[in-house]
Design a protein around this ligand. Structure first.
Ligand SMILES: Cc1cc2nc3c(=O)[nH]c(=O)nc-3n(C[C@H](O)[C@H](O)[C@H](O)COP(=O)(O)OP(=O)(O)OC[C@H]3O[C@@H](n4cnc5c(N)ncnc54)[C@H](O)[C@@H]3O)c2cc1C
Length: 468
């Protein structure tokens, strides 16, 4: 419980209108993009780094747990409170501070919506490539905290590949500025990338400087239909070995194809076992030449049909199938749980076989789609949350998915992070020594364990079942 005196002290920092405690407000901040939910004690929305620092000084002194929060689009229950927390809502800090054309960087406050930043730099003829599907409903700070990625990661990398400098407030309220605009920087430990992906457990990110690149002039899209998902997976490798590095290389399985077709009647081939959607970009000549190579490789690899979009409108039509997978799944079962496993690319065919076995053994439909080019698959388990038996089977299936990915040399998450939900599996994925090292870092930066406590790291020596 946060004391009234402490809350009043915080109200004096931000103004009382930026501290919320009514039951309705607490409810609004009780959940993220998962099924987990729990009420926080209070919500504070600071307007500046100075205010974040002052709030953390008080929280540190009083031992109040703090959850940094962007738009709460997270898919790991990373912002869901579990007892007595103060939610630190960063969305008021949403200013783009600078677009530096000469150095090709942008600096923005942590609460800026990522698509706003992307649009602002594109207006300057520059490009910020990280493209989580939640780009319109997530913040730059949240993307940094989760090291988010998206379809373009194959060619362009994830958020962390673009972060050059951070301003972050440490657990005791001190303000750390680390990194700079230099392309090369090997001066001491890389604190920027220690904080990237730390999911609010090591510091509160308040300001981010990202690298920008020239905007590709053109893009081209192709869709290839396969009668056999193993052939589609092999085509993924063949495309990359052909010398083409597509901007995106997505795979959709037959269950997903059927769901989309039933939903939208796009004329998709429902006898297909898998579909690849590939986008190349660069100069108009390069993009066109590369998409032709992709089409040729797919045909040689056994594709039943390959369509190449002639213009942006046709490209949109091809992408519509991929984009509609998520929304179409609700027609099959009322709920879905989207996992985010990642395996080495060569293990994709084996992982797909495993997923199908897991679906059969737990008697649950599992739809497979994802970023085949970087081995990041999103098996979506379809179920009815109201049926406890079904939910129990979902939990067992999730454990099997994680175990399968780890056995094949992969890991739990390529994009969404660990948060609370994957915490029970962290040690299985990284090993006990790595967990000890992570705890040592956590204790060094946050000795009172006030920053997003209970997230990512399993409590030492405990049975970890709190989230389940
Ligand atoms: C429909 C949908 C599609 C999605 N698609 C993708 C995708 O393609 N790729 C992908 O990677 N993710 C995806 N996600 C997951 C999610 O959007 C990302 O993890 C995103 O980066 C979270 O940003 P946010 O601002 O919502 O952060 P939140 O959900 O508010 O927070 C996420 C985590 O980051 C921490 N955090 C937030 N802000 C800060 C800060 N300023 N300082 C320190 N810690 C902070 C929180 O404590 C929490 O642990 C998707 C989610 C949804 C709902």
């Amino acid at each position: 419980m946060i004391s009234i005196d402490t809350l009043n002290e915080i109200r004096n920092i931000t103004g009382p209108e930026h501290v919320l405690t009514s039951p309705e407000d607490l409810l609004c901040y009780s959940y993220d993009g998962t099924f987990a939910e729990h009420l926080p004690d209070a919500i504070v929305s600071p307007g500046s780094t100075e205010q974040v620092s002052a709030i953390l000084k008080i929280a540190h002194r009083e031992g109040v747990p703090v959850i940094p929060r962007g738009m709460a689009s997270g898919l790991a229950a990373g912002t869901v409170p579990f007892g007595g927390e103060l939610v630190l809502n960063l969305t008021r800090m949403n200013r783009i501070l600078e677009i530096d054309r000469e150095n090709m960087t942008a600096t923005a406050q942590a609460g800026v919506i990522t698509s706003d930043l992307a649009a602002a730099v594109e207006a300057e003829g520059l490009f910020y490539p990280p493209d989580p599907a939640s780009i319109r409903q997530s913040t730059l700070g949240g993307n940094v905290a989760c090291n988010s990625g998206g379809p373009r990661c194959l060619k362009y990398g994830v958020t962390g590949d673009y972060v050059m400098a951070l301003e972050a407030v440490l657990a005791d309220g001190s303000v750390l500025r680390t990194g700079n605009k230099c392309i090369k920087n090997v001066t001491g430990y890389d604190l920027v990338h220690l904080l990237v992906g730390s999911e609010g457990t090591l510091a509160v990110v308040t300001e981010v400087t990202v690298k920008l690149i020239p905007k590709p002039q053109a893009k081209r899209t192709a869709m290839a239909i396969f009668a056999d998902i193993a052939a589609a997976s092999k085509a993924v490798n063949d495309i990359l070995l052909s010398g083409v590095l597509p901007a995106t290389l997505e795979i959709v399985d037959e269950t997903a194809i059927n769901c989309v077709e039933e939903y939208l009647h796009l004329g998709l081939d429902c006898t297909a076992d898998a579909m690849l959607i590939v986008e190349t970009d660069g100069t108009p000549e390069n993009a066109a030449q590369e998409i032709e190579t992709v089409a040729q490789v797919c045909r040689q690899g056994g594709a039943k049909e390959v369509q190449t979009a002639r213009d942006d409108a046709e490209s949109e039509d091809l992408w519509k199938a991929r984009r509609s997978v998520g929304p179409s799944l609700g027609r099959v079962r009322p709920n879905k749980l989207g996992e985010d496993i990642v395996v080495p690319r060569s293990a994709i065919p084996d992982m797909i076989v495993r997923i199908k076995e897991i679906a059969l053994s737990h008697d649950l439909p599992i739809v497979i789609f994802g970023h085949a080019g970087d081995g990041n698959l999103h098996p979506n388990i379809l179920f009815d949350r109201r049926d406890q038996g079904e939910w129990d089977r979902v939990e067992a299936a999730v454990g099997d998915l994680f175990a399968g990915a780890v056995e094949l040399g992969g890991t739990l998450s390529g994009e969404h992070g660990v948060g609370m939900l994957k915490r029970p599996y962290l040690e299985m994925a990284v090993g006990p020594l790595a967990v000890d090292v992570m705890w040592a870092i956590k204790r060094a930066l946050d000795p009172k364990d006030i920053l997003n406590p209970g997230k990512v790291l399993p409590p030492p020596g405990t049975t970890d079942d709190r989230a389940r």
